[in-house]
Design a binder for this molecule. Structure first.
Ligand code: ITT
Length: 198
């Protein structure tokens, strides 16, 4: 049984193919007729389910989606669900990161805590749905370090490490990341659901 990855973010696609290794996953590029879904929800779970359902309906196959973001304590949890479009340009990682760094420039080192959050969603063409969540806690540095990963990785240092998530090897990031945790939990659900599906 094939599963469609309901994301157009190239950084996520690379990570999800690694984390869901062993499952037959196809990208959205195989379904050019499926249009982008407006992320109108107010939570990661609502947006992840919106994306997964749209792609399950459009493809006729089980679909998995991820809604994720960086939640900064000093900004009351923002950018949160707006992480991909924080600068006003959806998916402009550089502009989003620069704006966030400027916004927290006056925040002292002791108060720069943040976490990445992810809700992973599975939807079937029948309308059934499941979700799983993951988070990773850490703090923000003041200038980019590292070239791995994507998005805000160059300024996020996980608790217990001195490297940014952009300085971790891909496998190291997957082992502790919000996305790794959420999708490993969802993978167990996927295995059970797809085995018992007609
Ligand atoms: P899709 O909706 O097509 O999946 P998207 O990029 O719009 O792609 P989201 O709405 O879930 O996805 O936004 C996720 C944003 O959160 C992403 O663009 C980054 O800015 C940030 N983000 C999420 N996970 C991250 C990670 O592992 N490392 C760095 N930044 C991350």
């Amino acid at each position: 049984m094939k599963i469609v990855l309901a994301t157009r973010n190239p950084g996520k696609i690379v990570e999800l193919r690694r984390i869901l290794d062993g499952m037959t996953v196809v990208g959205l590029d195989a379904y050019p007729q499926i249009e982008d879904v407006a992320e109108t929800g107010l939570t990661f779970a609502e947006n992840a389910l919106l994306k997964a359902h749209a792609v399950a309906q459009g493809s006729g196959l089980p679909a998995v989606a991820d809604d994720s973001g960086l939640c900064v304590d000093a900004l009351n949890g923002m950018p949160g669900i707006f992480s991909a479009r924080w600068s006003g340009r959806h998916g402009d990682d550089d502009a989003n990161l620069d704006l966030l760094l400027a916004q927290v420039s006056d925040v002292p080192d002791a108060h720069r805590q943040a976490h990445f959050a992810c809700t992973a969603a599975l939807a079937l063409p029948t309308g059934e749905e499941w979700t799983a969540e993951g988070a990773i806690h850490g703090s923000l540095i003041r200038a980019r370090r590292g070239t791995n990963g994507f998005g805000y990785d160059p300024i996020f240092v996980p608790d217990g490490d001195s490297r940014t998530t952009a300085e971790l090897d891909p496998d190291e990031k997957d082992a502790i990341s919000h996305r790794g945790k959420a999708f490993r939990a969802l993978a167990e659900i996927i295995s059970q659901v797809l085995v018992t599906s007609p």
